[in-house]
Design a protein around this ligand. Structure first.
Ligand SMILES: Cc1cc2nc3c(=O)[nH]c(=O)nc-3n(C[C@H](O)[C@H](O)[C@H](O)COP(=O)(O)OP(=O)(O)OC[C@H]3O[C@@H](n4cnc5c(N)ncnc54)[C@H](O)[C@@H]3O)c2cc1C
Length: 468
């Protein structure tokens, strides 16, 4: 039977695309090499990491955050097996949810490795080595990304002592010490989990800032806060070796600017240096699918690859490696295939770092605006001046809004503080509609809420805040 659409990969890009296409009346098949749907995000990414981030934060809060509120608890005890079981149950509920939605939308699932044979043809080889060929009018490649190592350094992942983000989600005991190679989002989130549970965590980062690419002021503030939490952060450090000398592991690094090298030892080394697109063993070169210089599938403005009727979305193509970006592309490409005007606004994709406090941003950073020579104005408001934040003892952080100097149109929003990942969306919606900081500053916000700091930052962008 010929399908209207075959989607290869069932991560947030692929599964959302499949559901949307089915909703638009297409007959859809999904090919997935894992035994469960949901991709990196649901199985070994966003969802399990957030389950552990929440649980470890509760543990840490019970030990350190309640006393000041007048809640005295005996020293909390960690039951790591139960915490991991909570994480596993959360993953199962989510991947089962995708199976349910596939059934509901009459989407056929094929377990196995998908290969593009050319226009309209996909082969699927299951775990037993059995191959079948499926046909479709359209193909969407949504094969996502995989753990990348350290450039020019051999890393022998065993997922027990030298681990990737996947191993960091299932350590059987809390290591006394952990070195995290990479001060990006994944390294800081998973480093925070194990630091909260008792590990002495050291982060080794190549750049001279954590969270490279995020607004510099926000990244600096987070660095201060993580340092206060006991995480040792070494910047401008180039890792030259990761070894397993005895029962633990070691990391050797040298200053990027040149100088003596240092070797640190720890029970566990987490390598979180980024992810690479999954394009291997899929017959792409033979089929004529062109990759860009960074190994990602090249696409046009309508997600179409170099072959007509073959599209690609999500982590395997350009743009931020984020689940919601993949999802939005999944919806857009399904709409385009259905003859509608699918579109993603890449200027308003929020990004959240789920540390404590959270960091959230949307749109341009101050550094990007400077580099582009855009005349902008900045409005800032600290949570120390927010009543709700004081009531909750969550006064660390601030909201920063960047607006065009002439038109007042909001170009970027950056929040560091408790609940930043929820608050960022009002700035994202505002930007989606081309709103100004005055629009935001004149929007009534409920009192007392942390979100009032967003309104106040907007007020200070175009005039003056009230509570400062
Ligand atoms: C630890 C961690 C935490 C993260 N946290 C967040 C977060 O909080 N928020 C966020 O937005 N993003 C987060 N991410 C990133 C997010 O997981 C990815 O951006 C997202 O999963 C990309 O979706 P995708 O559909 O493009 O690919 P994926 O989710 O990677 O899915 C691709 C699927 O394709 C399958 N596949 C690959 N090749 C083939 C083939 N040839 N045949 C058949 N199947 C194939 C894979 O098995 C996989 O299931 C996190 C990532 C990690 C690792």
């Amino acid at each position: 039977m010929a399908y209207d659409l075959i989607v290869i990969g069932s991560g947030p890009g692929g599964y959302v695309c499949a559901i949307k296409a089915a909703q638009l009346g297409m007959k859809v098949a999904v090919v997935e090499k894992r035994s469960t749907y949901g991709g990196t995000c649901l199985n070994v990414g966003c969802i399990p990491s957030k389950a552990l981030l929440h649980a470890s934060e509760m543990f840490h809060h019970a030990a350190h955050g309640l006393d000041a509120l007048g809640v005295e608890v005996a020293s909390p005890k960690l039951n790591l097996q139960k915490m991991l079981a909570h994480k596993d149950a959360t993953v199962k509920a989510n991947v089962d949810g995708v199976s349910f939605l596939f059934k509901k939308n009459k989407i056929d699932g094929f377990q196995g490795m998908g290969k593009v044979l050319g226009q309209g043809k996909v082969s699927v080889t299951n775990d037993k080595g059995e191959e079948q060929v499926l046909e479709a009018k359209n193909i969407v490649i949504a094969t996502g990304s995989d753990v990348a190592g350290i450039p020019d350094v051999e890393v022998a992942f065993d997922e027990k002592v030298i681990i990737s983000s996947t191993g960091a989600l299932e350590l059987e005991k809390v290591p006394a010490s952990m070195i995290v190679v990479g001060g990006g989002v994944i390294g800081l989130e998973l480093g925070s989990v194990w630091a909260r549970l008792g590990a002495k965590v050291t982060v080794v980062e190549f750049l001279d800032t954590i969270l490279g690419g995020m607004d510099g002021e926000v990244a600096k503030q987070l660095q201060r806060m993580l340092t206060k939490q006991g995480i040792d952060i070494k910047l401008g450090a180039k890792v030259t070796g990761v070894a397993k000398p005895g029962s633990g592991a070691s990391v050797t690094f040298e200053p990027v600017k040149g100088g003596e090298s240092t070797t640190l030892e720890a029970d566990v080394v987490l390598v979180a240096t980024g992810r690479k697109p999954c394009t291997e063993n899929m017959g792409l070169a033979k089929a004529g699918v062109v990759l860009d210089s960074r190994g990602r599938i090249e696409i046009d403005n309508h997600f179409q690859t170099s072959i007509a009727g073959v599209y690609a979305i999500g982590d395997v193509v350009r743009g931020p490696m984020l689940a919601h970006k993949a999802e939005d592309e999944g919806v857009a490409v399904a709409e385009i295939i259905a003859g509608q005007a699918g579109h993603v606004n890449y200027d308003a994709i929020p990004g959240v770092v789920y540390t404590q406090p959270e960091v959230a941003s949307v749109g341009k950073t101050e550094e990007e605006l400077k580099a582009a020579g855009v005349a902008y104005k900045v409005g800032k408001f600290p949570f120390t001046a927010n009543g709700r934040a004081r009531a909750m003892l969550q006064t660390d952080g601030f909201v920063k809004i960047l607006a065009d100097k002439e038109t007042d149109r909001v170009l970027g929003g950056h929040i560091i503080g408790f609940g930043a990942g929820e608050m960022i969306h009002e700035i994202a919606v505002l930007m989606e509609f081309g709103g100004s900081s005055e629009d935001l500053g004149r929007t009534c916000h409920a009192h007392p809420t942390m979100s009032e700091a967003v309104k106040e930052a907007a007020l200070s962008t175009f005039f003056k805040p009230i509570h400062m």
